[in-house]
Structure formats: C-alpha cells, structure tokens
Design a protein around this ligand. Sequence first.
Ligand code: SF4
Length: 305
Amino acid sequence: MTAEPVIDQQGTPGAGALPVTVRASLSPSRAADFKTCPLLYRFRSIDRLPERPTVEQARGTLVHAVLERLFDLPATGRTPDAAGDLVAPQWDRLVTEQPELAGLFDPGDAVGTAEFLRSAAALLQGYFAVEDPRRLEPAEREALISAVVDDELLIRGYLDRLDVAPDGALRVVDYKTGGAPREAFEARALFQLKFYALVLWRTRGVVPRVLRLLYLKDAEVCDYSPDADELLRFERTVVALWQAIEQATERQDFRPRPSRLCDWCSHQALCPSFGGTPPPFPDRSAAPDPLRDARSRPATPGADD
Ligand code: SF4
C-alpha cells in the first residue's frame, strides 16, 4: 500500500494539521470492534495484542494491492491477464514490506505459495466479472480521509476507491475478498462505508450517491445510497460510540460479547467466554497515544478500513 496524504477538513492535503481540540481518533474498524465486542476492542486498541496475519487476510491484502496498481496502467491495458501478471510481483513487494507475511508458508513450500497466488488470481476474476476497469478512472485509491466530528473526535479511514462522476456525484467502492459467510460481516461492511460517507459529507459537503461493496468471491455487487438525515443520525451514533469507549476505558470495563464473529477472533485464549483471562489492564500512564491511529496506516486492509 502506498501512503497517501491525509485529506483534511477542507479536503486538502495536510497530514500534520489536526485542530488543537482533537483529542482522539476512531477508525471504522475500531468502532466496529467495539460495537461487535467491547473486549475485542480492548485487545486490539488498548492492549494492542499482536495478531498473526491469516492466509485469508494476506490474500485480501494482495488482491487490494493488485487492484490499486491495476489503475496505474493505461485504461486499455487493464485486462484480466494484466491483473494476473501483477499478482506475483505485488506479493513479492508485500513480503518485503511486511516480513511477517513470509511466515504464512514454509520456506521452500513452492506449491503452497503457488496455490495461494492462484487463489488471489481467482478472486481477481471475480472482480472482472462485475466491473470493467477499462471504463473507469478512479479519482482516488487507497486514500486516507478524515474529518473532525463533535469538535474533538477525528474519524478517519482508508477507502479502497473513490469514483467521481462528471456531475460531481461520489461513489465509494470497497472490495471484499473474504470467504466467510457474508451475512456475518455485511452489517460491519455497511457500517464502514457509512463511516466513509460521513467523512466525505463533512469534508466535501456532498453525500455520496452510492456506497458500493464488491464481493469478489461471489462476483456480486451491493449498492447502498445514504441520505443526509441518515448520515446525521450515523454521526450521532459514532459520537455516542466514542463516548461509550471513553467510559469503558475510564472504568477499565470491556466485556466480551460472544457472537458468530468469535470464530474469527485471534484472542479466544484470553477471553472469559472461552475460559481465558485477559491480561492486566495497561497502566494508563503508559497508555497508547489516542491519536496514534490517526498517524499510521495499518498493514492489512480490513484491519482498519
Ligand atoms: S472470542 Fe468473541 S467474545 Fe471473546 S473477545 Fe473475541 S470476539 Fe469477543
């Protein structure tokens, strides 16, 4: 992934120019974590427990990287073959940048690696079944967007792609590569897209016309059109969520909320719902910088956006 400049309140680049009142930041993934399970939020955002990347996450990262680079090619060259040709070089680049990805396969397991690359190429076929990139010219790719709400909360995230129509209409596009049952994640995915829509509305004064989820495995498109009233309500929800997070932090009280998503949780061994014990709550004086999320890009799409 390439680092992109922060788009600030005025929609202009300016990564360092956070208003002085801003004292916390929230990404859609972290907000969705708290909504899903407060203890999961704690493990990820306060304890900052490491999570080993899974093959599925690595595949998602790779496919996102290929789709981002695909649009570097001239429009006529954005073919399935060209996308396939990007798979191996992009994997090599990712492994160089994120050495932990190399641990997913035994050294010398050429068969496992080749099968992995083939599975990524198969997802790209799903992409070409639902879109023709030769007819698209994205306005932004892998762009970090942010806005301040409630005077002090920075909401931010990386969107996969933003298309702008000649009449100025915005379409936010998010690629979904997971193989998990869609219904387990669809609410989370829509929450994430509304989050981006809110940021765009607050920074550009335009409610995106379409929020689009592209499910590459199933080669399906899910479009959603928000309106301003809905985004206003969503903004209140986000602020209330942040207040609940602050309260839980103050009380050091993050409870587990078991659900189907536990099957994808890396922290079952520490979760009371699975017989585990969470680590002691981190010393507040050593607590992580609440704006740290605003300053760094997570390695894995989907981990944050
Ligand atoms: S296992 Fe389930 S309940 Fe426990 S922390 Fe993970 S998501 Fe929450």
